[in-house]
Design a protein around this ligand. Structure first.
Ligand code: CA
Length: 227
């Protein structure tokens, strides 16, 4: 399997071209069309490198860069139509590893990707392997969940659900979103399934299942991990 590249870019023709060409170069490509989705996807798939457009709807490239950098050392190459020194300096100050100005050739981009990955390759783990919040710790490498230091046994769906909630921590996820993200296209499940799995998960990871502090129910909306 090739290196995982996450493209965060809203221009569809650019996305199509990059997906095709980087795929051909042997990279495993994922795409997010806006910044918020990009941050969530980075937490979930833990890419080896991020190609980040500067001008994005909503959360812009600089905000995404700042957020990703707070959480990980994943190499980031910023894509931009702007050529001013100002943007370049700001992007690099926020922790981007390199910068490429549109339009660029695939060959140039691939060369930059390899250069950045070589440069950052010995900088240690690119993403945190562990996540801790209150009494909960998740070891993503080993798929190990511990509660107050004790390992708990989660089913694959419970683990996937927890990982998804954690990846979007602080944000309310609606039941249908969770269904889509965790169960995909399985037609035999309905939204009650989400509630049932949340209940099972709470029994395993909350100190008091009846008074959850990790997975919050947001009435009429869905579920949220954390405060
Ligand atoms: Ca753009």
């Amino acid at each position: 399997m090739g290196a995982k590249v996450l493209i965060i870019e809203d221009e569809e023709t650019m996305v199509e071209g990059l997906t095709y060409n980087l795929g051909k170069e042997g990279f495993e490509v994922s795409v997010a069309l806006d910044g918020e989705t990009g941050v969530s996807m980075a937490r979930l798939i833990r890419p080896d490198l991020v190609l980040l457009d500067l001008m994005l709807p909503g959360m812009d490239g600089l905000d995404v860069c700042r957020t990703l950098r707070r959480e990980s050392r994943v190499p980031i190459i910023m894509l931009t139509a702007k050529t001013t020194e100002m943007d370049k300096v700001v992007g690099l100050e926020l922790g981007a590893d390199d910068y490429i100005t549109k339009p660029f050739s695939v060959r140039e981009l691939v060369a930059r990707i390899h250069a950045v990955m070589r440069r950052t390759g010995d900088a240690g783990p690119v993403q945190p392997e562990r996540f801790t919040f209150r009494h909960l710790t998740i070891d993503f490498e080993r798929h190990l969940v511990t509660v107050s230091g004790k390992a708990v046994d989660l089913s694959p769906k419970e683990y996937h659900l927890l990982r998804t909630l954690v990846a979007h921590r602080g944000r309310v996820l609606r039941r249908e979103e969770l269904l889509q993200m965790v169960w995909g296209h399985d037609v035999f499940v309905d939204q009650r399934t989400v509630d049932v799995h949340v209940r099972w998960l709470r029994e395993k990871i909350e100190e008091e299942a009846g008074r959850p502090v990790l997975i919050q129910t947001v009435r009429g909306a869905g579920y949220r991990f954390g405060d």
